[in-house]
Design a protein around this ligand. Structure first.
Ligand code: SAM
Length: 316
């Protein structure tokens, strides 16, 4: 890689002036690199916002942090300055070359190359996660990590503002979804500052927002009933259907799994029994249920798999 001119450097130790679109563009040109829309590449050029995000992680020296999509390493550099271990996941081959050049010699830096959606299961575990997440993969990555119980003590991520609203939506609001339940059942969410497009280069068309996610300590998210998360997804699958209808579909597809058995009548019995035991009227819709309601349904469903009373109902 050609040596950087002093004009492109920020300080003697920081490898690039990450606050300046001009410096970034000149650097990319000099390296023969471009920005790729398909990877959701928008650099965070607002130094105050970058500092606030890293501060929000509340890190102690020596802890391990996953950084998703480091780009040219603006936040990687801040993390390393704070004395933590960084495992950075990057897909763009050009950026991988730059990151290796900037940080490859550092003992506390490790680069995982490729699509984070595929590489994360092999990457070991760290307690914290940071990322100005590419909008193309943000909800899928967060959803998968939670569903697979790959949980962090704390995460700080930048997302499209509307995704932050969906994550933190309360029952009864139009933004409340299975993703809200998934996130709030596992983490305590603290929305951070809204970031206007001018905080990024290139300027995106939508506003973004930081959000801090602290692993809940009042419950054990790893101990939720196995059917809890698939059930939540199913209950929101057809938003216009009542809980009774969606629950019936779930019983047919996930509870009555024995092949060759006529399921209709049996599924109706189980659905009605489960709703009655939870005290939830079947004509409600998932968007008004609280976390405790979903958990109650999941617990009774798990119990129904083996329980004799319901086995009798199945015989009817
Ligand atoms: N962290 C930098 C910053 O804040 O300035 C860049 C953030 S940019 C929004 C998203 C970064 O994620 C880019 O570097 C992009 O190449 C990378 N990326 C996109 N899709 C990815 C994927 N599937 N796996 C790993 N990295 C990805």
């Amino acid at each position: 890689m050609p040596p950087l001119t002093d004009a492109l450097r920020y300080t003697t130790s920081c490898p690039l002036n990450y606050d300046s679109p001009l410096a970034i563009k000149a650097f990319l040109d000099a390296q023969g690199l471009g920005m790729r829309k398909k990877f959701g590449q928008n650099f965070l050029i607002n130094p105050g916002a970058r500092k606030a995000l890293v501060d929000a992680l509340d890190l102690e020296i020596g802890v391990g942090v996953w950084e998703i999509g480091p780009g040219l390493g603006a936040m990687t550099w801040s993390l390393l300055e704070r004395g933590v271990y960084v495992k950075a996941f990057e897909i763009d081959p050009g950026f991988i070359r730059v990151l290796t050049d900037f940080f490859g010699g550092r003992r506390r830096f490790c680069l995982v190359q490729g699509d984070v959606l595929k590489t994360w299961p092999y990457a070991g575990t760290e307690g914290y996660m940071l990322g100005n997440l590419p909008y193309t993969i943000a909800s899928r990555l967060l959803g998968t990590l939670i569903e697979r119980n790959r949980l962090f003590k704390r995460m700080v991520v930048v997302l499209q503002r509307e995704l932050v609203q969906r994550m933190s939506a309360r029952p009864g609001s139009k933004d409340y979804s299975s993703f809200s339940v998934l996130c709030t059942s596992t983490y305590t969410l603290t929305p951070l500052k809204v970031l206007k497009g001018t905080s990024f280069y290139p300027v995106p068309h939508v506003d973004s927002q930081g959000i801090r996610l602290d692993l809940r300590t009042d419950v054990d998210p790893c101990a939720y009933p196995p059917c809890f998360r698939p059930l939540v997804r199913q209950l929101f699958a057809s938003r216009r259907k009542t809980i009774k209808h969606n629950l019936y579909d779930f019983v047919v597809s996930s509870i009555l799994t024995k092949p060759g058995v006529a399921k209709g009548k049996e599924a109706v019995h189980i659905t009605e029994e489960v709703l009655a035991r939870c005290g939830i009227p079947g004509n409600k819709r998932a968007e008004v249920l609280e976390l405790e309601d979903f958990l109650a349904l999941a617990r009774v469903l798990e119990w129904s798999k083996s329980n004799e009373a319901l086995a009798k109902a199945r015989e009817c």
